[in-house]
Design a protein around this ligand. Structure first.
Ligand code: NAD
Length: 469
């Protein structure tokens, strides 16, 4: 795919292949942008922001139409996600459902952007003043997305940015860029004027550098690793950033939990997208009295998972994004085992396919438990008193989402208060995300919230208006 700037495809001299993540075949190639292309893309976004604002009703109609068109072309999108990410069909369908919903939610929010009255007249000397705020779009938004949910996470940024009246330059992950091209194509078919969303591709280290140097970009919204997130924050100066970063989700299974439900949900949601989800279940803290029973049920579910070709309808766990990542995962798991951890299932890797691993007897400083594993690996750790589980859950530098299974309402509410995470899910897994909700982490998991309503707050400026009557 060439770059897409101001409605024109621009092919550059150098290109980067895009692989089918299971078969390894080349399925496309993308152009490598140079500095001048980044400048052109920002020019186009800025020009279109200044000249051509869409009304809220127009933005609503475009986003809604885009959702409708995507619904009609589900097969095309599903096929592309399966190929470029290595997602199973089940995971690709799930990503599509959520993407369509997020487009619809963003459409609705386009009609709800509002300020508030400010009671100036209640201050002595200001009796004849009226004050209110309005929300105005920020301008050109720099969007940078990761490989794992290239369509959904792109839409979580692009759709609210459009709903808010901004224009966009987007840089998708180099390994999974195709979903972004398909999305922008559909947005334009739905009525978005050309030049409102511009796509540049190339290595993050190069294109990212030029993008961050562009002072005309009013705000960056990024999802990806903590390392790159910190770099973006450093380079963006006083401009605002929204950063959705890494995580290491803990899930607590208390002795009074519905163990069947807990085992089924945690086993299913530990390994979807081959564990490459920022809120995937990574650490399971299970109360000692139910540890054996829960672990047995959990492993039974894991053994039933179908691993392999993502194109096959029945596959539950497909390949990781690359063989390199699968090798890194295998090394972390084998290192843990060499330091005393035990695997309850066979440790197995075939190319980029890493079979789900379930570890017990881990120590808190092993990489598999104290770092973000971002792979199909789960550590199950017993605890005695629930306070121990809370403390262990909070030892992480990350803080995106956590889960707890318990029938005790008091304990559930205590968990909601004590767990240092952006979201706490009760009687479901940390992986639960409904796109309407405010979503974002604390600590090293990032800054700012997604979910169209909340993202729009960040993608607009609040302007105070004072009238002297
Ligand atoms: P990554 O940080 O390697 O890359 C993300 C994007 O940043 C890519 O488009 C990449 O090209 C670009 N990039 C790389 N270097 C850059 C630079 N110097 N300047 C600007 N851009 C640069 O992340 P990834 O491997 O694609 O994704 C995995 C990570 O994303 C994991 O840590 C995961 O937890 C995180 N993630 C977080 C969430 C969330 O909502 N919090 C969701 C999904 C993924």
């Amino acid at each position: 795919m060439p770059l897409y700037i101001d409605g024109q495809y621009i092919k550059t001299e150098e290109s980067i292949p895009v692989y089918h993540k299971y078969t390894g075949e080349v399925i496309a190639s993308i152009s490598k942008a140079g500095r001048q292309h980044v400048i052109q893309a920002v020019d186009a976004a800025q020009r279109n922001f200044n000249k051509d604002s869409l009304t809220p009703v127009q933005r609503y109609a475009i986003l809604l139409k885009c959702a409708e068109l995507m619904e009609k072309r589900r097969d095309e999108f599903e096929r592309s996600l399966v190929q470029e990410v290595g997602k199973t069909r089940k995971d690709a369908k799930g990503e599509l459902d959520r993407t369509i919903n997020t487009l619809r939610l963003s459409a609705e929010e386009a009609k709800r952007i509002a300020g508030e009255m400010v009671p100036l007249q209640a201050t002595e000397g200001s009796e004849n003043r009226i004050g209110f705020t309005i929300r105005v779009p920020k301008g050109v938004i720099g969007v940078i997305t990761p490989f794992n949910y290239p369509l959904l996470l792109g839409v979580h940024k692009v759709a609210p940015a459009i709903a808010a009246g901004n224009t966009i330059v987007i840089k998708p992950a180099t390994s999974t860029p195709l979903a972004t091209f398909m999305l922008v194509d559909l947005l334009e078919e739905a009525g978005l004027p050309k030049g409102f969303v511009n796509i540049i591709t190339g290595a993050g280290s190069e294109v990212g550098k030029w993008l961050l140097a562009e002072e005309r970009i009013a705000m960056y919204t990024f999802t990806g690793s903590g390392e790159v997130g910190k770099h973006i924050k450093e380079k963006s100066g006083l401009r605002p950033v929204a950063l959705e970063l890494g995580n290491n989700s803990p899930n607590i299974v208390h002795k009074d939990a519905d163990l069947d439900l807990a085992a089924q949900l945690t086993a299913n949601r530990s390994f979807h997208n081959a564990g490459q989800a920022c809120i995937a279940v990574q650490r399971l803290y299970v109360q000692k009295e139910v540890f054996e029973e829960f672990t047995q049920k959990y492993v039974e579910h894991v053994k039933q998972l179908n691993i392999g070709d993502p194109e096959k309808e029945q596959t539950d766990v497909g390949p990781m994004i690359s063989e390199k990542e699968a090798i890194r995962t295998e090394e972390w798991v084998r290192e843990a085992v060499s330091q005393g951890a035990r695997s309850l299932v066979e440790i197995k890797r075939e190319g980029a396919l890493f079979y789900p691993a379930v570890l017990v007897d881990t120590k808190p400083d092993m990489k598999v438990i104290c770092q973000e594993v971002f792979a199909p690996v789960v550590c199950i750790v017993p605890y005695d008193e629930v306070q121990e589980a809370f403390e262990a859950a909070n030892t992480s530098d990350y803080g995106l989402q956590a889960g707890i299974f318990t029938k005790d309402l008091q304990l559930a509410m205590r968990a909601a208060k004590v767990l240092q995470y952006g979201g706490v899910v009760i009687n479901d897994v940390s992986t639960y995300r409904n796109d309407v909700m405010p979503y974002g982490g604390i600590k090293n998991s990032g800054i700012g919230k997604e979910g169209p309503h909340y993202a729009i707050q960040e993608l607009t400026d609040e302007r105070m208006v004072v009238m002297n009557l």
